[in-house]
Design a protein around this ligand. Structure first.
Ligand code: EPU
Length: 420
């Protein structure tokens, strides 16, 4: 089992380009099922979850070749619409294949993804959305089978702006007959990226990033360009993680390729702890303060609210801020698993349901801790950067699901971190 070993105390310095966005690349790869021409998707990060998605596409019979950060879809034709159970279990995002396979081929069978370390992660909004488009859905022994000769456009109101459900419905509706409106959709940047991708392959989606998305269905998605090229946006959560690292270590770091608009809520919190943030076009520079101030209140919420995917990292920072900070997790039910690990490092945190009260301490102590999920793991790396002595992080594979070579990235900025 691989571990990360960090010697704390170095301040992060320098500049860096972050890799492409995992959460944009995953649905875009699923949407490649819809293409009718050869297609190259670039900026695809080399991560465990991405590998899992590519393996699923291949298992369906698609011809897919990966070359560094580029994925070439040579032939999108599938020979089966059954997503293999063992691959489905590897990654929740395989649920994204429902929409495109159903829309293009009229049927799909997937197994129900289980709950996970951060919450129950229901899929009712995905299923209701597909039903509204005319799919019949039966579930037997954990397998979900959907069928529809041709989906029909519909008005779909989402009770909660679920990222995954919005994406699944967008993909399905892009090949439905007629027009679909999604009311109260997710507005995350990754939704805009998926819409841009679908438009680049011949679809027509308007309003992505707003509170109403209109999808004009087409019987075939073809751009008439012969070969499609699409580049995925950079990963705002990886950028945000490094920015927090710079703030925590009294560092000075420039992220060369991040969209400051997509990180507004994180930038605002970094300013509250006393960091200086300098924005230039697509670069963000963070200069950490000598001493971090507390934050009275952070509430995670769908975009443009504060991202739940940055909550563990912010908590890690606040463990060494002056005073008591409060974080409310309102997106996932169980996203405080990192608390127990941070306590092992000397943090003072009390949790009451979805509220965490973080009383800043002078220093964290290096310890052996475990990454319980992806962002929890990232928060422990940040804690290790400032802890006294050595921190060993176990179950690194969770971190590898979302950060490409995390040790290389932080080492480039001067951290003492190795993989063993
Ligand atoms: N929800 C439902 N019913 C549904 C779908 C969602 O009740 O049908 C609930 C969930 O249980 C959860 C909330 O809605 O409590 C938010 O879920 P959402 O569907 O928005 O999230 P997701 O699509 O499953 C994506 C990201 C997550 C990120 C969330 C929220 C991908 C592949 N995953 O998940 O990323 O936390 O949006 O922003 O895009 C991560 O990268 O670490 C990660 C977990």
């Amino acid at each position: 089992m691989e571990r990360l070993v960090i010697r704390g105390g170095n301040s992060l310095q320098g500049s860096l380009r972050v890799h492409g966005s995992k959460n944009a690349a995953l649905p875009i790869l699923a949407a490649s099922v819809l293409v009718d021409e050869p297609c190259t998707i670039s900026g695809v990060p080399n991560l465990l979850d991405i590998q899992a998605m590519i393996n699923i596409l291949k298992s369906l019979g698609m011809e897919v070749v990966q070359e560094n950060d580029r994925v070439n879809i040579l032939n999108a034709k599938v020979s089966t619409t059954n997503v293999p159970d063992e691959l489905m279990r590897k990654m929740r995002s395989s649920i994204f294949l429902m929409g495109p396979l159903l829309a293009k081929y009229g049927s799909v069978t997937v197994s129900r993804p289980g709950g996970c370390a951060i919450g129950s992660r229901r899929i009712d909004l995905h299923l209701n959305g597909l039903k509204a488009l005319g799919a019949s859905i039966i579930e037997v022994n954990g397998f979900i089978h959907c069928e529809a000769k041709r989906l029909r456009g519909a008005d779909i109101y989402l009770d909660f702006p679920s990222v995954g459900a919005t994406e699944n419905i967008m993909m399905a509706a892009s090949m439905a007959e007629g027009v679909t409106e999604i009311i109260n959709p997710a507005r995350e940047p990754e939704i805009i990226d998926l819409a841009n991708f679908i438009n680049s392959i011949g679809g027509r989606i308007e309003g992505a990033g707003t509170d109403r998305i209109t999808i004009y269905g087409k019987s075939k998605l073809n751009s008439n360009q012969g070969h499609i090229h699409y580049e995925v946006i950079s990963d705002r959560i990886v950028a945000g993680t490094i920015m927090v690292g710079a703030a925590m270590t009294n560092g000075d770091v420039i992220i060369e390729n991040a969209n400051p608009v997509y990180l507004s809520s994180v930038i605002s919190k970094l300013k509250q702890v006393g960091a200086e943030v300098i924005i230039k076009d697509h670069s963000i520079r963070v200069i950490g303060p000598k001493e971090l101030d507390k934050i009275d209140r952070i509430v995670t919420a769908p975009y443009p609210g504060f991202p739940t995917d940055m909550q563990p990292q912010l908590m890690s920072m606040l463990t060494i801020a002056k005073g008591t900070s409060i974080i409310k997790e309102s997106v996932f039910e169980e996203r405080f698993k990192h608390v127990e690990q941070l306590l092992r490092m000397g943090a003072k945190i009390n949790v009451d349901l979805n509220l965490a009260f973080i009383r800043g301490v002078e220093r964290l102590q290096g310890s052996t801790v475990k990454a319980t999920d992806l962002r929890a793991g990232a928060s422990l790396v940040l804690a290790g950067l400032v802890a006294e002595g050595e921190t060993e992080i176990e179950s690194v594979y969770h971190i590898d699901r979302g950060y490409e070579n995390i040790e290389g990235m932080f080492r480039k900025l001067g951290a003492d971190i190795t993989r063993k």
